[in-house]
Design a protein. Sequence first.
Length: 316
Amino acid sequence: MAYSNELYSRAERILEKRRENAETEALFRSEKIKAQLPEIQKIQTQLNEIGLEISQLFLYEGDKKAKVDELHEKSNALVSKRNTILTSNGYGIDALKPEYTCPACKDKGYINGRRCACHIKLLSELMRNEVSRFAPLEECTFDNFSLDYYSLKPDEDGIVPRQRAEKILEASRRFAQNFSKDSKNLMFLGSTGLGKTHLSLSIANVVINKGFSVCYGTSHNICEDLRAEMFGRDDRITYTNSDVLSADLLIIDDLGTEIANQYNVATIYNIINTRILEKKPTIISTITTSFSKSTTSVLPPVFRANIHSSILSEAI
């Protein structure tokens, strides 16, 4: 998945720390047990000697298979004896070994060159924490999206707000559940307080759990950070051009609230157009209730041309 280099680095540092802690704790525990049970130290020394002897068998001129079998038999007997001593003194048979957070990969993060499930889970957790820094991610799920705020009384166009909200909720849920890098774009339109951000973050919740990277931000904050990055003032920015363009899913909230100037218009246009060309899905929410000239001016023609086929354009 397209996580940022910083996120990958943070995950690697956490895995390394887990591994170091497990091995350090095992070393102290082992020394304590050996001091308490001297016989364990003798057995460990004998096991090490057997291991060294096996590694040097390429110089052995006799029947190597018979010799290996003999050494393995001695090793198994010593291990059995060690286990008996440990258990009779209240320890587990693995008391001398490191207790890794993930026994499968021993906290290395990879198994046979492939990323371990624990590594994937860690990346998702870090991704979730990253988005949660700027949005109430944990508070926004499909399950707690309340339809009670929507009227059952038809409006002047004969549309029942709650029925429309139900359809949009289910469409959003399907989008999240079926999300892939080939997913289409979404746009939520409507006035403040109708649930655009809630649904966007509900989608983000599911997408992150599926192992995809998500970049969430308001159009104003994204534009401001990219401007700062462009002029080299990148010491305190949240959004980089690389992060915005490479995320598996980009969520631009409150489009139209950014300062309307040539730079911001060009920035938003470039972000959306680039992601369309690279077939990366984007979710946009805007308080504009109709596609006014000011709103559509920042959308690439291909985005506007496919407004009904590739965007959820029902007002919410």
